[in-house]
Design a protein around this ligand. Structure first.
Ligand SMILES: Nc1ncnc2c1ncn2[C@@H]1O[C@H](COP(=O)(O)OP(=O)(O)OP(=O)(O)O)[C@@H](O)[C@H]1O
Ligand SMILES: [Mg+2]
Length: 311
């Protein structure tokens, strides 16, 4: 099972949208998937619309035993192949420093339990939807993850927000989870014709080079419509939804590729197909990527990982 944490420093930039888009792409690919909703707001849980459970992720983080995990796990309303570890408001208590937050490596334990003794067919991917901070819950996700996907909007503070999040990833990697890899920085809500957005994407590329994903998620009403109807984006019938579905396929492929490369480097791997890229209006931002070596000097360890494993 591959585990990806979807995080950002700021709220409302599209973490849940991206987590659900990746889940939708996994289903389209025929993969069995799990979404763990670490956000006390429970937006992913609400959109995935599972039946009521006897326990929640809060119980799992307190007692990461299979019996408890099974009580917090429910099939999503989307598909039998997508389960959700449900959120609850009291997760917030674990985000604060104090006695309740001691055992945040329990998420990693719980996911290990699920890998060794899955209640049904094994999951191929677990997607961790993080709350809007770099607090303890997000750090627990980073301790459990193989890759970390950073989501940002192309706005004024995108670079400084991404810097802080990448530093958090690097700290957890160095101190707790050596297998953690940055999957990249994913720009969401891009309006490709906006000069401001183009400028901000360029700024991100100058700061983080190849860590910035070559495809961005465009700003489309279809995303809100599909979420409102609790339907995977790949099943929403509109040209905008189709374009976004293709983009998420590419994001998922990139995540899985960076994880495979983390275990044993695949030198022959190719970038996304031209067809896939052409389907995304926002791929026009990709061509003049600056070399990572020149542009991510503040993050030598990440830069090295990016050069070896991303793209
Ligand atoms: N690419 C997009 N196009 C249009 N609307 C979007 C897009 N991405 C996200 N949204 C909308 O923006 C709002 C915030 O998105 P989302 O809930 O995914 O952000 P978040 O980072 O998970 O928020 P939080 O930090 O509160 O958890 C939602 O209403 C969502 O439908
Ligand atoms: Mg969210």
């Amino acid at each position: 099972m591959h585990t990806v944490a979807v995080l950002s420093l700021k709220g409302g930039v599209g973490k849940t949208t991206v987590a659900l888009g990746i889940a939708s792409a996994a289903l389209r690919r025929g993969s069995r998937a799990l979404v763990a909703d670490l956000d006390p707001q429970g937006n992913a849980t609400a959109t995935l619309d599972p039946p009521l459970t006897e326990a929640t992720l809060t119980d799992v983080l307190e007692t990461p035993r299979l019996a408890v995990i099974e009580q917090a796990l429910a099939p999503s309303g989307w598909s039998e192949d997508l389960d959700v570890l449900v959120s609850s408001e009291d997760l917030e208590l674990l985000n604060e420093p104090g006695p309740n937050s001691r055992r945040l490596d329990n998420l990693a334990r719980a996911l290990d339990e699920l890998t060794t003794s899955p209640p049904g067919d094994p999951y191929e991917i677990a997607i961790l939807d993080c709350p809007p901070s770099l607090g303890r819950l997000t750090r627990s996700a980073l301790m459990a993850a193989d890759t970390a996907l950073l989501v940002t909007e192309p706005t004024m503070y995108a670079v400084s927000g991404a810097e802080r999040a990448l530093e958090a990833i690097e700290t957890i990697r160095a101190e707790h989870n050596p297998r953690l890899r940055p999957a990249g920085v994913l720009v969401n809500r891009l309006r490709a014709r906006s000069y401001e957005h183009q400028y901000r994407v360029q700024e991100l590329r100058e700061s983080f080079g190849r860590l910035v994903m070559p495809t961005a998620i465009p700003d489309r009403l279809a995303i809100q419509q599909a979420q409102g109807a609790c339907v995977p984006i790949h099943e929403w019938k509109s040209p905008g939804a189709q374009e976004i579905g293709l983009t998420f396929n590419m994001v998922l492929a990139k995540i899985l590729r960076s994880s495979r490369a983390g275990r044993h480097r695949l030198d022959h791997e190719q970038p996304e197909t031209a067809e896939g890229a052409a389907a995304v209006e926002t791929a026009e931002t990709a061509p003049d990527e600056p070399a990572a070596a020149e542009t991510t000097s503040e993050f030598p360890a990440l830069r090295e990982l990016a050069e070896r494993e991303i793209g």
